[in-house]
Design a protein. Structure first.
Length: 92
């Protein structure tokens, strides 16, 4: 990512899109348990908040190579978490 600001906006955008998808599937399929939906949404919000907080606390601010590696790892972890959530949404 080019900046922390873009990373945070990307995390927020993906989070809102996933929440929208969860509620859309709930409205289309009434057989899904509402408590399960709320649990998924709260977990997604918590995950989003965690990654935004991680983007603020950089390891090794003085070394650009460490900073770059930190953000690569952070973005990779975010992608894995999103893929896991997408798989859960598809099972609804």
């Amino acid at each position: 990512m080019a900046s922390r600001r873009k990373l945070k906006k990307t995390i927020q955008f993906v989070t809102t899109e996933l929440i929208t998808e969860i509620y859309f599937r709930f409205l289309v399929n009434n057989q899904v348990d509402a408590q399960k939906i709320e649990k998924m949404v709260l977990g997604l919000i918590t995950l989003s908040r965690e990654f935004q907080m991680r983007s603020n606390h950089i390891d090794g601010k003085s070394n650009p190579h460490l900073v770059k590696a930190y953000y690569r790892r952070l973005y990779g972890d975010w992608q894995l978490a999103v893929e896991k959530i997408i798989m859960e949404i598809q099972t609804l």
